[in-house]
Write a new protein. Structure first.
Length: 316
């Protein structure tokens, strides 16, 4: 009797345990499937946030966000809204301040001209020249701040038009030749591959002016700054090669930051030129790169654009 009871108890235990044994892996599979779906949605959210541009200020979408995370994502969106308002106030302040500074600077320039006219014996000529140079630098800084403010506000770009890249380079060199001569820099064009791009001429002038001026400012006396227009396939590259000190590798990622100035710090400049050039290039869909020269000391700044027409090559 005892053996019969034990057999019956064993059979009953097996029959009771069998469904549990079967349900455990099924439960684990179901739980794994649910977790995978939740994690997939979280991964999509993480990718969407990570791929956002630094300048993007639109809210993070919550359509595919798990319900438990909606309060967290909503908090992030409220933070983005506050940051957007703060950045808007900063941009308006920079624009308003730059506008307000233009009038007193112009008035100071007029007063200097009057003082120079009254300084018959030239006793204060040197000091007036230094003061005039300082006002000129301040006026240039104000102009750059205004330009940056316009780019930040995503002002509509001028109507696109065909741009002769060689003529653009020639005009830029002509405008900056007096500055190069005053610093004893040999500025010239070494290659001209004829090419036409389509875009806003004003933006391209801003880019080239800033790149060439930056090269001239950082190149020591008796150095060279060479400008070349090079066509490769459907792209044209305008290169500016200088014989300056270049940029340290650890500083290269920061060169397009506003007010950042690479060593040497004693060179003239506001630290805004490359930031303006980068903003203008992005608005025109062009690429702007900086790299150290491989054939000697110096820096190579390159503006790469798509071309619509390529013709013959001129070399000097």
């Amino acid at each position: 009797d005892t053996m019969v009871r034990e057999e019956l108890a064993t059979d009953a235990a097996l029959q009771a345990a069998l469904p549990i044994i079967v349900l455990i892996p099924l439960s684990l599979l179901t739980l794994s499937w649910i977790i995978d779906r939740i994690m997939a949605r979280l991964n999509r959210l993480a990718v969407a946030v990570a791929s956002r541009d630094a300048a993007a200020d639109d809210p993070v979408p919550i359509d595919d966000v798990p319900a438990e995370l909606i309060p967290f994502v909503s908090s992030i969106n409220r933070l983005l809204a506050r940051l957007r308002a703060l950045l808007g106030r900063q941009r308006r302040f920079i624009s308003d301040a730059a506008h307000e500074l233009r009038t007193p600077l112009s008035a100071l320039q007029i007063q200097i001209d009057n003082l120079r006219h009254d300084d018959q014996d030239g006793r204060f000529s040197h000091r007036l020249t230094e003061l005039e140079a300082g006002i000129g630098r301040a006026t240039g800084l104000v102009g750059k701040l205004l330009r940056l403010a316009r780019y930040d506000d995503q002002e509509t770009a001028p109507a696109p038009q065909p741009i002769d890249l060689v003529q653009l380079a020639l005009d830029t060199v002509a405008r900056l030749t007096p500055l190069a001569e005053s610093r004893e820099i040999d500025l010239g064009i070494t290659r001209q591959d004829e090419a036409i791009a389509v875009g806003a001429l004003a933006d391209f002038e801003v880019i080239l002016d800033n790149l060439v001026e930056n090269a001239v400012q950082y190149t020591p006396p008796s150095g060279t700054v060479d400008v070349a227009v090079i066509v490769a396939g459907q792209e044209a590259r305008i290169e500016i090669r200088d014989t300056g000190p270049g940029i340290a590798e650890e500083e290269m990622p920061r060169v397009f930051e506003r007010f950042f100035r690479a060593r040497p710090q004693d060179s003239e400049g506001s630290g805004l030129g490359l930031a303006i050039a980068k903003a203008a290039a992005e608005r025109q869909g062009a690429r702007l790169t900086l790299a150290m020269r491989e054939d000697g000391p110096g820096l190579v700044a390159s503006l790469v654009v798509r071309t619509t027409f390529v013709a013959f090559t001129l070399r000097f």
